[in-house]
Design a protein around this ligand. Structure first.
Ligand SMILES: Cc1cc2nc3c(=O)[nH]c(=O)nc-3n(C[C@H](O)[C@H](O)[C@H](O)COP(=O)(O)O)c2cc1C
Length: 198
């Protein structure tokens, strides 16, 4: 059965993790409701040279965006903001430490925070992919708090034992960990992980 995913990209470095996660999920027939924080757009422009309009031309990032629906982060009445709409998983990738803190303290002020708090209150899978170094004690406490509340803290910490030969293979190590938490069986192995995504 096709999975329905709520996915947010925020302004941590490594926006490519979000881009390739979306691509991998679309390639596996998932339906994705997507939002991007304003900072995610800035990092996208900085790191990938992609400046998205409003509304964004999704095909600029994903050549075959059928199954993908975009909602602005201000649209707190979007489907993923309501617990009545069931998603198989909620993912924030990458997850800035700012968004992490807001989610941990339950002070959501946009769709990213709201969808995460819905996941927690409804006891549905929530995967947060932070990227920061080093972590402050406050960041670590926020992550511990969220982990205790049921979130999966899946840091953007790629392994190297699959001998990645380029950045995409490195990134796809983390994407593979996300997919495996969603029940997709393909994952990185000793011979490397060949993504089905473009
Ligand atoms: C180029 C760039 C790289 C950034 N890298 C990180 C990062 O790796 N981790 C992080 O937590 N914040 C990072 N930030 C800071 C966040 O974007 C900033 O805290 C922002 O307010 C987060 O907002 P958001 O959570 O609504 O996306 C970066 C910002 C820029 C412009």
């Amino acid at each position: 059965m096709e999975k329905k995913i709520a996915l947010a990209m925020t302004g941590a470095s490594g926006v490519i993790y979000g881009v390739r996660t979306v691509a991998a999920l679309l390639a596996r027939g998932c339906r994705i409701d997507l939002t991007l924080s304003p900072a995610a757009r800035e990092v996208l422009a900085e790191e990938m040279g992609v400046t998205l309009g409003s509304p964004p031309a999704l095909a600029d990032l994903w050549p075959h965006p059928s199954g993908l629906t975009y909602y602005p982060p201000t649209q707190v009445a979007a489907p993923m903001a309501s617990g009545s709409n069931r998603y198989d998983a909620y993912i924030v990738v990458p997850c800035s430490t700012g968004s992490m803190g807001r989610i941990a303290s339950g002070t959501s002020d946009n769709l990213v925070g709201r969808m995460a708090e819905v996941a927690l209150k409804e006891r549905r899978p929530l995967i947060l992919v932070p990227r920061e170094s080093p972590y402050s004690t406050i960041m670590l406490e926020n992550m511990t708090r969220l982990s205790r509340a049921g979130a999966i803290i899946l840091p953007a910490s790629p392994g190297f034992y699959h001998h990645p030969s380029d950045i995409n293979e490195l990134v796809d190590f983390v994407v593979g960990r996300i997919l495996s938490h969603l029940g997709f069986s393909d994952r990185p192995g000793p011979a490397g992980w060949t993504p089905k995504a473009p």
